[in-house]
Design a protein around this ligand. Structure first.
Ligand SMILES: [Zn+2]
Length: 146
């Protein structure tokens, strides 16, 4: 942890770490969700009901992924956003596990699992998309935080 980490420039250089490195850097639960595409239990995460203003970063690599401006109350038990911070901050994968067609959302920079995105559910948001993201995949950096 260096004090200069919040001045890291936003580059497109992907983060490539070995599985052993991730295991060392992440807690077991973070590792299970971020690197093994696990899911935290609903209503248990840190941010599902958070309205604090700020930027949500990838917990694995610090890439800026979502902001509080696009967060909305979906009442699904996980933090929900109607759009990512910008195009290209996340990538999408077809996920056919559990017998469902879902779109998995990953961090574009370090390829960590974030959650899934659902569409056309009728939420009253500009996109009618719901990025259903695990709290444990994110770290909220408050707008006014020093
Ligand atoms: Zn990342």
């Amino acid at each position: 942890m260096s004090s200069s980490e919040n001045t890291t420039p936003a580059t497109d250089v992907p983060v490539a770490k070995s599985d052993a490195q991730w295991r060392q850097e992440l807690t077991p639960e973070e590792y299970r969700v971020l690197r093994q595409a696990g899911t935290e239990r609903p209503y248990t995460g840190e941010y599902w009901d958070t309205h604090t203003e700020g930027v949500y970063q990838c917990r694995a690599c610090g890439s800026r992924l979502f902001t509080s401006r696009e967060k909305f109350d979906s009442h699904c038990g996980w933090p929900s956003f109607w759009a990512p911070l910008a195009e290209g901050t996340v990538r999408y994968l077809h996920d056919r596990t559990l017998g469902m067609e879902r779109i998995e959302v990953r961090c574009a920079k370090c390829d960590s699992h974030l959650g899934h995105v659902f569409e056309g559910e009728g939420y009253d948001t500009p996109t009618d998309q719901r990025y259903c993201i695990n709290s444990i995949s994110l770290r909220l950096v408050e707008t006014d935080a020093d």
